[in-house]
Design a protein around this ligand. Sequence first.
Ligand SMILES: Cc1ncc(COP(=O)(O)O)c(C=O)c1O
Length: 397
Amino acid sequence: MTKINSINRTSLMPNYAPASFIPVKGKKSVLWDEQGKDYIDFGGGIAVTCLGHSHPQLNKVLKEQSKKLWHVSNYLYNKPALELSKMLADKTFADKVFFSNSGNEANEAAIKLARKYYFDQGKPEKHEIIVFTNAFHGRSMLNITAGDSKFQKTGFGPLLQGFKRAKFNDLNSVKKVVSKKTAAIFVEPILGESGIIRAENPFLEGLRKLANEKDCLLIFDEVQSGIGRTGTLMTYMGYGVKPDISTLAKGLGGGIPIGATLTTGKIAKAFQPGTHGSTFGGNPLACEVAKKVVEIVSSQKVLKGVMKKTFNFHEKLNKLSEKYNLFEDVRSAGLWICCDFKKIKAKDFIDACYKKGLILVQAAGEKTIRIAPSLIISEKEIEEGFKRFEKAVKALK
Ligand SMILES: Cc1ncc(COP(=O)(O)O)c(C=O)c1O
């Protein structure tokens, strides 16, 4: 039998820079590599494995569904997709849902929907999208256009047309670019890749008011912030500001690929048969797993647990910071935490953590690390993770 560690890694394109070890098994918040070494998972696959690894209930529904039906195409209904759409509609501002496979695709549907909504009203001139500084929406042509990273755009032009950029958390800058041509304001309620930076309440409230006044749509990208990550099922709920369209992906499948674009019944009418689609979007396997994820994450036990655990992470990070003079800043929105080191480079720290058996994720900024663990990570796992965190700090001192 071919040994796993003999796999030729060079057949993959070089667009990622993965760690040198290969995880082969996961349970709860622990991963094991091919040598049997264990790692506490504080990264959660970048805010994806919101119920950890090998969750027994997710395994069960996946296994059961795998024996029933995998794919039928969107020419036919499938029950898991119908049921998941109903669940999301019941639990959120939305009436209608379009399913896809990723955050990129969910955003693509959102922007197409906004433009088509106004086109159908006889207002094709309303096609501009207002986007923000420090935004990240994914790596498709649409999403690098909407995002604010020069690096991510370099070499990929020409980009898409009809985008205006305003300053995040600066309502006046939005007022300067909004016009009769604006179809939508497209924003992450909390900037994720840029380091957990919250929209201030008056900013989001102001965007809502402005969108109503100027007759344009408010779109929230909740691809990373949604599904319990910030202590409510969706982040807009904590703000009390409802969008017209919102996108979900990462946590929604707990590790199985799925994206969703949520909207109201009125706006959804713009997507008549044939106007938009996705071969795999809404496939029964992914939807059946996502149904269970939404059911579990929506429980008060899990959502209250997020806030309790957030406090625990903060306390431990602050203690370590005091002891070793570590951080310039620690920011969080629920179990979504960023720490800016004073001196240490994030990459060096993450490598040191790998050696000690802990997984963390980098965020924008050379000295910023991100923690986005399972929402149900245990106290014991947190405790053990921090022992390893401290060992990594000592190794670099
Ligand atoms: C806010 C946000 N939007 C969109 C995306 C893109 O999602 P995906 O990689 O699933 O296409 C990401 C991914 O990190 C994200 O954080």
